[in-house]
Design a binder for this molecule. Structure first.
Ligand SMILES: C[S@@+](CC[C@H](N)C(=O)[O-])C[C@H]1O[C@@H](n2cnc3c(N)ncnc32)[C@H](O)[C@@H]1O
Length: 275
């Protein structure tokens, strides 16, 4: 999208947003000059690792969605879904079963504006424009209730989104609330940015830049990310591996040694089953 184009209603093209930054890193066109400028500064500060981290994260999202579909899950709740991209969640899981239902939730008005591109158009997908920090509103939304039967297993996806939720909003409590609302046998797929392996000056630049976007960023440690899976059965990231939080590139990787890049180590992830 060029800066001469008019922003959709409700979208401020002068302040970068995480959804548009992410879209730019993935090669999308739903972004403005402010997004590209900030993304380029972040890319320089991280010596190229940020784009690598985004690609590793999106790869995890797709592999985890496909894996959960292959476990027999036919309902998906994608919280913080992002802008339409290649291999959207519904395209990935409907390759396993075309009847699979997907509810996307995002609070960015740009995502709302481009929702029609995200949706399958056959009644199997919907977008709820809402803030995931209000689980009561999300879970009670008529669009969600029409699409999902919460008495049957649901795959809840929260990938690369909770690092935009402050401790004061209790992201751990939010995950528990969503997982308590879905049936036993449901899954959680979650990924989250971390500063554990990143250069402190790059982290500082990232935090400063995001503080001037529509959302702050909150990096968390391996222990803090591990706590999102409390009470759930964490799955092994690779066949025969230990059941633990992994780096995004490694989870389900075809070639783990090639996938274990520096950028991939900026994102922890895991998939867990609700017993
Ligand atoms: C980095 S993108 C991740 C997109 C996708 N989940 C993925 O991993 O490929 C983060 C998305 O979360 C959305 N988001 C951030 N905070 C949110 C909130 N409180 N409620 C709903 N969506 C949120 C942003 O608008 C953005 O689209």
């Amino acid at each position: 999208m060029s800066e001469t184009e008019v922003a959709p209603p409700g979208v401020d093209p002068t302040i970068p947003s995480p959804a548009r930054l992410y879209d730019y890193y993935l090669g999308g066109t739903h972004n403005f000059q402010v997004d590209r400028d900030m993304a380029d500064r972040l890319q320089t500060a991280t010596q190229g690792d940020l784009k690598d981290a985004v690609l590793a994260n999106r790869g995890f999202h797709i592999r985890a969605a496909s894996w959960m579909a292959r476990q027999g899950i036919r309902q998906f709740l994608d919280l913080g879904s992002g802008l339409p991209t290649q291999n959207n969640t519904h395209e990935t899981v409907q390759a396993v079963d075309p009847a699979t239902r997907v509810v996307y939730v995002d609070n960015d008005p740009m995502v709302g504006a481009y929702a029609t591109m995200l949706l399958a158009g056959d009644g199997t997908t919907t977008l709820v424009h809402a803030d995931l920090r209000d689980p009561d509103a999300v879970l009670a939304s008529p669009q969600l209730r029409e699409m999902l039967d919460l008495s049957k297993p649901v795959a809840v996806m929260m990938t690369a989104v909770l690092h935009f939720v402050a401790d004061s909003a209790d992201p751990w409590g939010l995950v528990s609330r969503y997982m308590a609302a879905v049936a036993p046998g449901s899954y959680l797929a979650l990924s989250h940015g971390t500063a554990d392996k990143m250069d402190p000056s790059a982290i500082k630049t990232g935090e400063d830049l995001y503080s001037r976007s529509t959302s702050n960023v909150y990096f968390r440690s391996r222990e803090q990310v591990g706590r999102f899976f409390a009470g759930l059965e964490l799955q092994a990231p690779l066949p025969g591996a230990k059941r633990e939080v992994s780096y995004a590139g490694l989870w389900g990787a075809e070639d783990p040694s090639a996938a274990d890049t520096d950028g991939s180590r900026a994102i922890y992830c895991g998939v867990a089953r609700r017993p």
